[in-house]
Design a protein around this ligand. Structure first.
Ligand SMILES: [Zn+2]
Length: 496
C-alpha cells in the first residue's frame, strides 16, 4: 500500500517536474518573444522616430520661410493693393475699393451701376448736372436725338452700339421719352429710356469714356398740378404769369378751337383752371412734357369743363364738342384773292366754277389741318400742283393745293389734329403766285369753305363712358357737380 502510494507520489512529483520544465521552457520562449517584441518595438520606434520628428522639424523652417516670404511680400502686396485702388478710382462713382475683386459676379457690379444712374439724377436735382427730357416724335431716331443733344459723332456711334446690346433699336417709337443728363460743360454723362412701365434702360459714361449699358427697375410716377389763370389783359400773358407751360397754352386754345377765341372773347377777371399731369422718375426728375387733363373756363357768360381722356377733350357727360372746320387753315392772316363759286375768268371772259377759296399769303407760310383727320392723298395732282387731301368725321374732306412742300413725316394714313402744321404755301401747278387753294368736300361734293361746316360731336357710351367718368372723378373733386350741371353761378363783372 505504502509502496504503491510512494510510487504514485513519485510519479506525481515527476509529472510536476516535467510540467515545471515545460512551463519554464514556455516561459523562457515567452520571455524571449517579449524581449524580441520589445526590441522590435524599440527598433521600430528608433527607426520611425526620425521620420515622425522630421516633419515637425521641417515645418518649423517652412513657417520661418513663409513668414520671411510674407515679410518680403508685404511691400509687394501693398503696391498691388495700391494698384487696385488706382484701378478703382478709374471706375466711376460709387464702386468702393472692397467691391472691386475678381470673385464678385456681374450682378453686384450691375447693382452698383444702377445706383450710379440714380446718383446722376440726384446730382441733376442738386444742379451739379443738367437733365433734359425729350419725347420721340415721328421722324426722330436715336442718332438724330443724340445729335440734337450735341453728342460728338464718334460717341453717338458708341452709344448706339452699347444700347443695341440690350435694345432692339427698331422698337424705338414716337411717344417714348428719353432722359439725357449732361455735365455743366455740356458733355453727355448718361441717358435713359423707358419702354416698359417699370423698367428703363440706361447708358452711362465710364471714367475712361467708354459706355456701359444696364437696365433699371422702378416706376415712373404720375404727378398732378393745379394752375389757376386769372385774366389780366391777354390770355397767353396771364397764363405764362401763372406758370402754365407754353405747350399747355397751345393745348388750351386748341381744346376750345372753333368754340371760344382766347384772343378776342376773353375778358379781364375771367378764369381758367388747369390740372396738369406730368411724369416723375424715382430719382425725382420730371420727364416728358406736361399735359392738361382738365380745363375749366369761367367767363361772365359761360362755364365749360373739359376732360382730356386718351388725348381727346370730353365734357363731363363724355361728349366731344362740335368742331367747326377752319375757314383759313394758315398760320398767317390771308387775303382772299378768289372766292368760292362762279366767276368770270379775268382774261378768257367765260364763267368758270371755283371749287374752293384762294388765300394769298407769303411763300412757305405754314398750312394747318382744318380739322382732326387722316391723310388720304399726299403728292402732285395735275394743275393742283403739290396737294394734300384729309379725311374727317361726318363725311367731310379738306384739300390743300399749290403747296411748296409737305411736313416731312406726313404720309397716307397719318393722323393729324386740328391746327397742326401739314404743309407750306407755294405756287406749284397752275398758279400765278403763292397762295393756298383750299377746298371743303362734304359727302363727295365741294361746299363753300366759308359756310357753316361743323363736324358733329361724338359721345362715349357703355363701358368706355363708365371708365371715362370714374377716371374724371379721380381727376377733379367737383366732377359730380360738373356732371349734374350744378355749377356755382358766375358772378357777373360789374361795370364799376
Ligand atoms: Zn383756287
Amino acid at each position: 500500500m505504502t509502496k504503491l502510494l510512494l510510487n504514485k507520489i513519485q510519479q506525481l512529483s515527476e509529472r510536476l517536474k516535467a510540467s515545471q520544465t515545460v512551463m519554464r521552457e514556455r516561459l523562457s520562449t515567452i520571455n524571449k518573444q517579449f524581449v524580441l517584441i520589445v526590441f522590435l518595438l524599440v527598433l521600430l520606434c528608433t527607426l520611425t522616430l526620425p521620420f515622425v520628428l522630421t516633419p515637425v522639424n521641417k515645418e518649423e523652417p517652412e513657417i520661418e520661410i513663409s513668414l520671411e516670404d510674407e515679410i518680403e511680400i508685404i511691400p509687394d502686396d501693398q503696391s498691388s493693393s495700391v494698384q487696385e485702388e488706382t484701378a478703382v478710382i478709374e471706375v466711376p462713382d460709387l464702386t468702393g475699393p472692397e467691391q472691386v475683386h475678381e470673385d464678385l459676379g456681374d450682378e453686384p457690379v450691375e447693382a452698383q451701376q444702377e445706383l450710379s444712374f440714380d446718383e446722376l439724377e440726384k446730382r441733376a436735382l442738386l444742379g451739379e448736372l443738367k437733365a433734359t427730357s425729350r419725347t420721340m416724335v415721328k421722324g426722330d431716331s436715336l442718332l438724330s436725338l443724340l445729335s440734337e443733344q450735341n453728342v460728338p459723332a464718334n460717341e453717338r456711334m458708341e452709344i448706339v452700339e452699347a444700347l443695341e446690346l440690350v435694345l432692339d433699336l427698331k422698337s424705338l417709337r414716337p411717344g417714348l421719352t428719353f432722359l439725357f443728363i449732361h455735365d455743366l460743360d455740356g458733355r453727355l454723362m448718361g441717358l435713359s429710356v423707358r419702354q416698359k412701365e417699370n423698367e428703363s434702360l440706361a447708358v452711362m459714361r465710364e471714367k475712361d469714356d467708354s459706355w456701359v449699358t444696364f437696365s433699371q427697375t422702378g416706376k415712373v410716377e404720375t404727378k398732378q398740378e393745379h394752375f389757376q389763370v386769372v385774366i389780366e389783359r391777354t390770355f397767353s400773358g396771364s397764363a405764362q404769369k401763372a406758370g402754365v407751360p407754353s405747350n399747355v397754352i397751345n393745348q388750351i386754345t386748341g381744346a376750345f378751337d372753333g368754340e371760344f377765341d382766347f384772343s378776342t372773347d376773353i375778358k379781364p377777371g375771367d378764369t381758367i383752371d388747369v390740372i396738369l399731369e406730368g411724369k416723375v422718375t424715382q430719382g425725382g426728375l420730371e420727364i416728358g412734357t406736361k399735359q392738361a387733363v382738365y380745363i375749366g373756363l369761367k367767363t361772365s357768360k359761360m362755364n365749360i369743363h373739359k376732360y382730356a381722356y386718351n388725348g381727346t377733350f370730353y365734357d363731363a357727360r363724355g361728349r366731344t364738342s362740335e368742331k367747326v372746320i377752319m375757314k383759313r387753315p394758315l398760320k398767317a392772316r390771308p387775303r382772299l384773292s378768289s372766292p368760292y363759286g362762279k366767276r368770270r375768268h379775268p382774261v378768257l371772259q367765260y364763267e368758270i366754277f371755283h371749287k374752293g377759296v384762294d388765300l394769298a399769303v407769303p411763300k412757305n407760310t405754314p398750312v394747318v389741318a382744318a380739322a382732326d383727320g387722316t391723310v388720304e392723298i399726299i403728292g402732285r395732282k395735275g394743275s393742283y400742283g403739290k396737294y394734300i387731301r384729309l379725311g374727317h368725321k361726318g363725311g367731310y374732306q379738306t384739300a390743300y393745293a399749290h403747296l411748296n412742300g409737305y411736313r416731312q413725316d406726313l404720309k397716307v394714313g397719318s393722323k393729324v389734329k386740328r391746327g397742326e402744321v401739314i404743309a407750306y404755301v407755294g405756287s406749284t401747278g397752275r398758279s400765278t403766285g403763292p397762295h393756298l387753294h383750299f377746298e371743303v368736300i362734304k359727302n363727295g361734293n365741294v361746299v363753300n369753305p366759308f359756310g357753316n361746316n361743323k363736324i358733329s360731336s361724338t359721345q362715349l357710351t357703355g363701358f368706355e363712358l363708365e371708365k371715362f367718368q370714374s377716371w374724371a372723378e379721380s381727376i377733379h373733386p367737383d366732377f359730380k357737380l360738373h356732371l349734374a350741371g350744378k355749377i356755382p353761378p358766375v358772378q357777373p363783372v360789374k361795370p364799376f
